[in-house]
Design a protein. Structure first.
Length: 133
């Protein structure tokens, strides 16, 4: 309830599905922090490795296509080589069909800058959203 706060850039970033609801700080009660962080990192690694089909398979959403991720990858290729993961924060938002989803916002440091990946994960474990900026 209430306005809550936006995950930084949740709206303005590239992501699937497009749009996206306002997210509030703090993970849902059912979300295990370590497990969700680990799943988010797996998704980020698949994206970074160009295994877009694997990322798409984590969604239960026919509108999410590998080509979407290819376009996203093209926009961020200037960041250079991966160095390390830094800050991680958790949030939650209401999805249309999957109830409350957890959001893992993971910052990754690269040679030429930083990216923030926001991964929305439903209680079922399937992905509800993927953002990168």
């Amino acid at each position: 309830g209430g306005g809550g706060l936006f995950v930084r850039g949740w709206q303005g970033a590239w992501g699937v599905p497009a749009g996206g609801a306002a997210a509030e700080a703090g993970r849902p009660d059912w979300a295990d922090e370590d497990a969700f962080k680990a799943e988010a990192l797996e998704v980020i690694e698949e994206f970074a490795d160009g295994d877009y089909d694997a990322v798409v398979a984590r969604f239960d959403n026919p509108e999410v296509k590998a080509a979407d991720f290819e376009r996203a990858a093209a926009t961020i290729e200037g960041v250079g080589d991966f160095r390390f993961y830094s800050d991680v924060t958790f949030a939650r938002y209401e999805t249309e069909s999957d109830g409350t989803a957890a959001v893992v916002a993971q910052t990754a440091d690269y040679v030429n800058g930083k990216l923030m990946y926001s991964v929305g994960i439903a209680e079922s474990g399937k992905l509800t959203a993927f953002r990168v900026q």
